[in-house]
Design a protein around this ligand. Structure first.
Ligand SMILES: Nc1ncnc2c1ncn2[C@@H]1O[C@H](COP(=O)(O)OP(=O)(O)OP(=O)(O)O)[C@@H](O)[C@H]1O
Length: 263
């Protein structure tokens, strides 16, 4: 396997806070790499640097052999790197299908909300994606009416509509009801494997990491402190003590569809 993404010596400080303190990481083509670590460890900062939302103070990021450090988010998307956010970025007043069709249109450089109406092909592609994500039944629902699980899947479907080779997902299961979580991850992993997308995902649920990650990278205070297969890394006493204990404590509350948050 070759490295699709290579981060070398990444550093980024916010005032006195070292959000990235020398990050070296190769993401291999085809793998699913989980990033775990306590709140504030620098996980989102890594995704933001890789996708052009933040510029590192030092270090380089290369993708498919090409340096992308400091490029704009739009230029990076064009090269084949997409992302989803901790808080889904859907257009809330639009339907699920319209959201996906808008993402398809944006891949063609068209940013108008009318694009899907003008080009039926975009809607067809959106419908195919909805089918693959198991979202066809709610194609006509407004995005603001969805429960958190469906919202996360729709957000990831929008990222997949960009036809990425590499997808970075920031906490794809946060806020999703425990009963829905495994189904959601199974669905998105099946779609991504089928589309041969390499995936990096930040995750707080160790069951999800254990079951779906090929490798896991442990972040702590802007550094990677462990990296390897989940069974090795998650059974490492130092990781359990320093990170997973904190993780379990810090796991955000889940929200049931239409219900109140609960721990
Ligand atoms: N734009 C910013 N301006 C100032 N400080 C920031 C900014 N982004 C991140 N930080 C700080 O950098 C550190 C790392 O933040 P980051 O969001 O990357 O952590 P994280 O591991 O993703 O945490 P969480 O699990 O809570 O999402 C934190 O101390 C955070 O407050």
């Amino acid at each position: 396997m070759t490295a699709l993404l290579r981060a070398s010596g990444l550093r980024l400080a916010f005032g006195g806070v070292k959000a990235a303190d020398g990050i070296d990481l190769d993401v291999m083509a085809g793998e699913f790499l989980a990033i775990i670590g306590p709140n504030g460890a620098g996980k989102t900062t890594f995704i933001n640097m890789t996708t052009g939302y933040l510029k590192p103070n030092a270090g380089t990021i290369s993708y498919d052999g090409r340096t992308i450090t400091g490029m704009s988010p739009r230029a990076i998307v064009k090269l084949g790197i997409a992302r989803s956010f901790q808080l889904p970025q859907l257009f809330l007043e639009h339907t699920v299908e319209q959201n996906i069709a808008l993402a398809v249109a944006s891949r063609h450089g068209i940013w108008s909300p009318l694009a899907p109406l003008l080009r039926p092909g975009y809607r067809d592609e959106a419908r195919d994606l909805l089918d693959r994500f198991g979202l066809s039944a709610i194609a006509d629902a407004r995005a603001d009416a969805l429960n958190e699980g469906a919202r996360k899947l729709a957000d990831i479907a929008m990222a997949v509509a960009l036809k990425p080779r590499l997808l970075l997902m920031d906490e794809p299961t946060s806020g999703v009801a425990a009963s829905e979580k495994m189904h959601i991850v199974e669905t998105l992993v099946a779609v991504l494997r089928d589309a041969r997308v390499t995936a990096v995902f930040v995750e707080h649920d160790m069951d999800v990491v254990e079951r779906f990650a090929d490798r896991v990278a442990v972040w702590s205070q802007g550094r990677i402190v462990a990296l390897g297969p989940p069974d090795e890394v998650l059974s490492d006493p130092a990781v359990q003590r320093e990170v997973i204990g904190i993780e379990r404590h810090a796991t955000p509350p889940t929200v049931t569809p239409g219900g109140a948050p609960h721990a």
